[in-house]
Design a protein around this ligand. Structure first.
Ligand SMILES: [Zn+2]
Length: 287
């Protein structure tokens, strides 16, 4: 991944200008420019042990436990559908007896994504009225699930590739189903045969395992701090809702349930309800 990191030395006196500058320091390490849809790691370093951080990014708030450490990392990102290119503010506040805030700007850069034209059965391109209610209920459940932020992180990077197959459809493709433009592809399609084992990309808790109209049999894993991975079109579940899973554990078998043209795995990765490109986290930074 070719993320450019900038060390932003920001002496923080914004919140409490009367506070002596030398008494407290907070430093952010984050990319200066990042392509839209790409996830990125933010590292916060503090001159004193941190209890809790409040992170503000893209209109969302996230509380990150400091666990008494002087350095903390967490994941953020933007979404090809929901985010807009341009300069965005990242604000981090160290909460506690002597609260302190630092702010920096990250340029979310426009990227051009190719078109993809797919042919599916007509009721998958334009669902019949009879299933609209079902789709709305499933969307509401997914939104509610992805909006929850668990306070403990189980995430470890790089992610484990859930299936060995190559990428058949990249993140961000502009999608036309039967010549009708639909939402861009907000995940990654990986080649997989019917019945191939699918592994958890990282440790976490299975918070949803359900059969959805578009996603087919889908598993949602909560990795904590607003990070979720999602596995769609499964033939079979190998874990139940509520189960804790290890990184690399088999969670299901690949299939072709839902809106598909053949068996494959759709892998989604969400950060604070923003769909980011999972492929950026398969490899260590700099590789
Ligand atoms: Zn897909």
């Amino acid at each position: 991944m070719t993320m450019r990191f900038l060390v932003c030395f920001l002496l923080a006196a914004a919140l409490f200008p009367a506070w002596p500058l030398h008494a407290a320091q907070l430093r952010l390490e984050c990319p200066e420019v990042i392509g839209i849809g790409l996830p990125f790691v933010v590292r916060v370093e503090s001159d004193e042990p941190m209890d809790k951080l409040l992170v503000e990014w893209g209109g969302k708030k996230l509380q990150v436990p400091g666990a008494g450490e002087r350095s903390v990392e967490f994941l953020l990102g933007s979404d090809v559908l929901k985010s807009r290119p341009g300069s965005q503010t990242l604000r981090v506040t160290r909460l506690g007896l002597s609260p302190l805030a630092v702010e920096t700007y990250i340029l979310v850069e426009k990227r051009d994504f190719p078109e993809q034209r797919l042919t599916v059965p007509p009721d998958m391109a334009t669902p019949p009225a009879a299933v609209q209610e079902r789709i709305a209920a499933e969307n509401a459940l997914v939104r509610e699930t992805l909006a929850r932020v668990s306070p403990v992180s189980h995430l470890s990077l790089p992610l484990i590739r859930p299936v060995p197959g190559g990428v058949s459809s990249a993140y961000g493709l502009r999608r036309f189903f039967n010549d009708l433009e639909r939402n861009p592809h907000r995940g990654l399609d990986l080649e997989a045969g019917l019945g191939d084992p699918v592994r958890a990309a990282a440790a976490g808790q299975v918070v949803l395992a359900a059969d959805h109209y578009y996603g087919g049999r889908s598993v949602f894993i909560d990795h904590g701090l607003g990070v979720y991975s999602v596995y769609m079109h499964l033939d079979e579940f190998k874990v139940g809702q509520g189960a804790m899973v290890e990184a690399g554990q088999i969670i299901g078998l690949a299939g072709k349930t839902g809106r598909v043209t053949g068996p494959h795995l759709h892998l989604g990765l969400y950060v604070l309800d923003l769909a980011v490109d999972p492929s950026a986290l398969f490899f260590k930074t700099g590789q």
